[in-house]
Design a protein around this ligand. Structure first.
Ligand SMILES: [Zn+2]
Ligand SMILES: [Zn+2]
Length: 238
């Protein structure tokens, strides 16, 4: 199968055979997007304009605060504040129609405070990754048998996305084995996770004091990652 800008990262992520491959793609897109915003994007007027209009969600502002380039963030925030000042002054400047225009302000603020340039950028790439993963499962035997089938698990969120796009992209005769495979992968992982979490819970019983519980030590963190797709560094909990 011909490789494209979307199939190469998908192949690379599935090849690692570790964690949820779609979480890994998401995290890479997110960090690349933040680097881009704090660097080259500031030179591109159309991107600057979109950042000014959409702003960022609390998670991505927090991520940018943790990055080194404070001047870049200051310039981004300055432009965003100017944009918001314009929105407000446009609506306050017209005394004759003030009542009507002031009614728009809550909607304007709700819209602008609820949007995020990074989230939207990541989501639009992820959409292509879901569609291409389904396409590769259908058309690339090596990907299907050696990568997809050997995936340790998909987190619940990404399993739901694969099933949603599988249903849209595949014919019924292909969707049935595709959905069965996705469900079998998450079920296999869920069963081993449940066993480990139960072992962890039982380790609090005084009769089990001092027993080595091996992998079950990080089972709660693993369960949170699986259930929420949250990126937790399991090394921090060992
Ligand atoms: Zn995931
Ligand atoms: Zn965001």
């Amino acid at each position: 199968m011909k490789e494209t800008i979307y199939t190469i990262p998908i192949n690379e992520s599935f090849e690692q055979l570790c964690g949820c491959p779609l979480c890994r793609l998401h995290d890479k897109l997110e960090s690349d997007s933040l680097e881009y915003i704090m660097g080259a994007a500031m030179m591109e007027s159309d991107v600057r304009e979109q950042c000014n209009t959409k702003g960022f969600c609390s998670k991505h502002y927090t991520d940018m605060l943790a990055m080194q380039n404070r001047l870049s963030l200051a310039l981004t925030v300055e432009s965003r504040l100017c944009e918001l000042k314009d929105i407000l002054s446009q609506n306050l400047k017209k005394p004759m129609s003030r009542d009507v225009d002031m009614k728009k302000v809550p909607t304007l603020l709700t819209d602008t405070s609820g949007s995020c340039f990074v989230c939207e950028r990541v989501d639009s790439f992820m959409l292509q990754y879901y569609i291409n993963t389904v396409y590769m499962w259908k058309n690339d035997d090596v990907f299907r048998n050696e990568k997809f089938a050997r995936t340790p698990y998909f987190c619940l969120f990404h399993a739901s996305k694969l099933l949603e796009h599988g249903a849209k992209e595949l014919r019924k005769k292909d969707y049935t084995p595709f959905s069965e495979e996705v469900v079998a992968i998450i079920n296999r992982y869920l069963c081993s996770l449940l066993e480990d979490v139960s072992t962890f819970c039982k380790s609090f019983d005084y009769r089990n004091a001092g027993k080595d519980i091996g992998n079950a030590k990080v089972s709660v963190e693993k369960a949170v990652v699986f259930l929420s797709g949250t990126c937790v560094n399991l090394e921090d909990y060992k």
